[in-house]
Design a protein around this ligand. Structure first.
Ligand code: F6R
Length: 651
């Protein structure tokens, strides 16, 4: 068995194998478990606060109190509703003088049963001995529920999760000496679907047992205390030493350490890692919203993403399980991603085709596998995902692998499922992004796409080493350009946002690399300000969208540089004239010193001159600020737009 404990890191390493069966992924609830010496209730609630960004509709905690009894509290709605029903000072086992130091917490995103108190986790067995929290869907729960009911068990909720508590309670009761881990092992063998589960048993109060299939689970290794959570953010206040659990693994946590096995009880490989960001990175840093802080963090995110990837004149990825020959054999690239990551992917096409002279197709991941794309060993699929958990992208990766294509992941989350199932990985080191809307991870994805383009160009020999080094240096210089944009545009973008906050709709136009910027600008405004916003390739205007232009409609135009591609610049000036003639208000993002555009811009946002491929980095930033500020002016929660979750793990 693999033992994990402080100063006793497991000697094992490497990536677990790709799971053999494809499971349906599920909404990403937040899980945190604790066994140690602190008051568990406080640790758990703080952990849940750090997981709030995942999106949830109810929350709960279970603590084995000082009398060895389970205390469970749950509440639908925001975490504060839960806090309001918690005993002050924690679950202490009143009168015993001993605090509850073992427990688990959960934020739920409803799948089976509405988001009510009774459906919130943790769930218990009838005797209130076992508590469970669950992320996933137990697909055979109807049969299991029927079996329990036939045996006289009354279920207290509509959830699929509750069956796990009853089953573990029965397995434990049948053979208490075998212990909680054996009971959990017996039960998970019967479960179908995707599940990450954490259990505690009132009769075994000094341990918690967790099982992982599909949804992520990380162990935090402290001094005399252990944590388990969906994300390191839940325990980063207490420890930065972590161990990632692989698929189909069970971990038993006690104060002294962790024991990890597979579902059969055999020793399991795990991956220890050190979390290299601190808690300040997960806090708002003086801003009203995480998103505003994250926008400002972009120069650092870009620099961190680039750092260390040019070694001895060669671009290196973070992980590469492909030989140089396998890479040289690539003759076609697909980029698959969703939402903002898809917009980054659109920019990858410009760079890779330009530098490598190889065809690149970019596709939203949810469409990719259903149309039977032509894939083989010489196809490279680049999957871009901040979370690394997005179900559409993950399924696209699996489809590509099934067709023998090679997969390269660009991801911001160390050890997430998409990079684990890929042949090569480049991490965007943007740090945690708490705001639901992607900002710093978008620009970091763009830079990462360019790094992949350069890596391919050097492999194919379409760029010499000195050319690669020159491009890399330009990428590095972009961090300063973005920093200058931030200094210059935040205030004007804010003022503009206040002025336009009452508009009904906003259109965004761009050409060439400005087109994905227009799409991304529109997406940000839609998702944050709930305003109708559309991005168009400016040349498409005359093929339909121009009918939307009416008096005073704000139109944001992303201008190319007047230098590099003068023809494009000319064409966009014509587009601006067309929309102005129809009464539009023009907001123009243009290069500093572009005097030709000035007469056509009702509002001019100037950004530094950079090379064509880097223009999206400087042009996107003002549009991010604009969207956030419009949302704020309209009174919306910038970090948590309605109906959205940070990780979308349903198809
Ligand atoms: C928009 C946004 C989403 C994500 C999309 C993909 O601001 O954040 O559109 O980009 O859901 O998410 P990841 O990158 O985690 O796969």
């Amino acid at each position: 068995m693999t033992r994990v404990g402080h100063r006793r890191s497991p000697a094992t390493g490497g990536c677990p194998e790709r799971p053999e069966r494809v499971v349906t992924l599920t909404p990403v609830c937040g899980i945190v478990g604790y066994v140690g010496w602190r008051g568990a209730q406080e640790v758990l609630v703080n952990g849940l606060r750090r997981l709030e960004y995942r999106g949830y509709d109810s929350a709960g905690v279970a603590v084995v109190d000082g009398r060895g009894e389970l205390e469970v509290h749950r509440a639908a709605g925001p975490l504060d509703n839960l806090v309001a029903v918690l005993p002050e000072g924690g679950a202490t086992g009143e009168g015993t003088g001993r605090g509850g130091t073992t427990g688990m917490g959960h934020t739920r995103w409803a799948t089976h049963g509405p988001p009510t108190d009774r459906n919130a986790h943790p769930h218990r067995d009838a005797a209130s001995k076992v508590a469970v929290v669950h992320n996933g869907i137990i697909e055979n729960f109807v049969a299991l529920r029927a079996e329990l009911e036939a045996a006289g068990v009354e279920l207290a909720s509509d959830t699929d999760s509750e069956v796990a508590a009853h089953l573990v309670a029965r397995a434990f009761a049948a053979d208490p000496d075998a212990g909680l881990t054996a009971a959990v092992r017996a039960v998970v063998a019967r479960l179908e679907g995707a599940f990450t589960l954490v259990f505690t048993h009132a009769d075994s109060p000094d341990e918690i047992v967790a099982a992982r299939r599909s949804s992520p689970l990380v162990v935090g290794v402290g001094e005399g205390e252990m944590f388990v959570a969906s994300d390191v953010a839940a325990f980063i206040d207490h420890t930065r030493e972590a161990v990632e659990l692989g698929q189909d693994q069970i971990v038993t946590l006690t104060r002294g350490g962790a024991v990890v096995t597979d579902f059969l009880g055999e020793p399991a490989r795990t991956r220890p890692f050190h979390v290299d960001w601190d808690i300040a990175a997960a806090e708002k840093g003086g801003h009203d919203f995480f998103m505003l802080k994250e926008i400002e963090e972009q120069p650092a995110a870009l620099a961190d993403t680039l750092r260390g990837h040019l070694v001895d004149g060669r671009i290196v990825l973070d992980e590469q399980r492909l030989s140089d020959q396998e890479l040289r054999d690539i003759d076609k690239v697909f980029v698959v991603a969703c939402g903002t990551a898809y917009h980054a992917g659109l920019l990858a096409k410009y760079a890779i085709e330009h530098w490598c002279r190889i065809p690149v197709e970019v596709e939203v991941a949810s469409e990719f596998r259903y149309r039977d794309p032509v894939l083989d060993r010489s196809t490279l699929v680049v999957a871009i995902s901040q979370s690394g958990e997005t179900a559409d992208t993950l399924e696209a990766v699996r489809h590509a692998r099934d067709q023998k294509a090679r997969v390269l992941a660009i991801c911001n989350t160390n050890g997430a499922q998409i990079p684990r199932e890929s042949d090569a990985v480049l991490y965007t080191h943007a740090g945690p992004e708490v705001g639901v809307a992607a900002t710093k991870t978008f620009t970091a994805q763009v830079i990462a796409c360019y790094l992949v383009g350069l890596a391919l160009a050097q492999t194919f020999g379409t760029k010499y080493a000195d050319e690669v080094a020159r491009e890399y240096a330009e990428l590095e210089a972009s961090t300063d350009a973005v920093a200058r944009v931030l200094e210059a545009v935040v205030e004007p973008a804010r003022a503009l946002a206040r002025e336009l906050a009452a508009s009904k709709a906003v259109l965004f136009l761009g050409r060439h690399v400005g087109f994905p910027v227009a799409l991304e600008g529109a997406l940000k405004l839609k998702e944050l300000a709930y305003m109708h916003a559309e991005g168009f390739a400016a040349g498409e205007l005359k093929h339909g969208p121009i009918a939307l232009i009416e008096q005073d409609l704000p139109v944001v135009v992303v201008m190319p540089s007047p230098k590099g591609r003068a023809i494009l610049h000319q064409k966009l000036l014509s587009n601006i004239r067309e929309i102005q003639a129809r009464g539009a208000r023009t907001i123009v993002v243009a290069e500093e010193g572009d005097e030709t555009v000035r007469p056509f811009a009702e509002h001019l946002i100037e950004v530094p001159a950079v090379s064509t491929l880097l223009q999206p980095l400087v042009a996107s930033v003002p549009l991010q600020v604009f969207a956030a500020e419009v949302a704020r002016a309209r009174g919306y929660d910038v970090d948590k737009p309605r109906n959205l979750a940070k990780s979308v793990t349903v198809e």
